[in-house]
Design a protein around this ligand. Structure first.
Ligand code: HEC
Length: 130
């Protein structure tokens, strides 16, 4: 009986520790993952707008502003401060350049093309780092 109780107690403590570890891992990744999800939302919404010919929608300008801000945080959010990763930095800069090239006053076909290039910049980094 005593052994059984020890076994159950040990299993419970083990489960608790695993849960705590999983939770703190989740929290550690919360910032980079939040950045990625907001960027995905802004990009997806904008591409949908462009597809439906709503390129003068004010949300396009907001999306571009958000993408500019968020893409500026990629290195800080995803890299160890001590790490210097030139390739990662290049992918991040490529994304920033693509976002800067997006002119929200251009006509729909042009905006759609720029948004496609932004999407490619996301994918390029994901191929190597995700
Ligand atoms: C410079 C590199 C880089 C660029 C550029 C980049 N990402 Fe990511 N992305 C990552 C990495 C690394 C991960 C994995 C992060 C993790 O799991 O903690 C990721 C993960 C994601 C995820 C999944 C997040 C999750 O909850 O697991 C989404 C969605 C995403 N990125 C969207 C985007 C979009 C949209 C863009 C472009 C606007 C983009 N990313 C540009 C590096 C990048």
């Amino acid at each position: 009986m005593r052994y059984l109780l020890c076994l159950i107690g040990g299993a419970l403590i083990g489960a608790l520790l695993a849960l705590t570890a999983a939770n703190s891992l989740q929290r550690r990744n919360a910032w980079p993952r939040a950045i990625m999800h907001v960027m995905q939302h802004e990009l997806g919404q904008s591409r949908e707008n462009a597809r439906q010919g709503r390129c003068t929608d004010p949300s396009m300008g907001t999306a571009q502003a958000h993408l500019t801000l968020l893409s500026g945080d990629l290195e800080r959010a995803l890299l160890d401060p001590a790490a210097k990763d030139r390739v990662f930095g290049k992918y991040a800069q490529d994304l920033r350049n693509a976002v800067a090239a997006w002119d929200v006053n251009a006509d729909c076909p042009h905006q759609a093309a720029r948004l496609g290039e932004i999407d490619q910049a996301c994918d390029a980094c994901h191929r190597d780092y995700r």
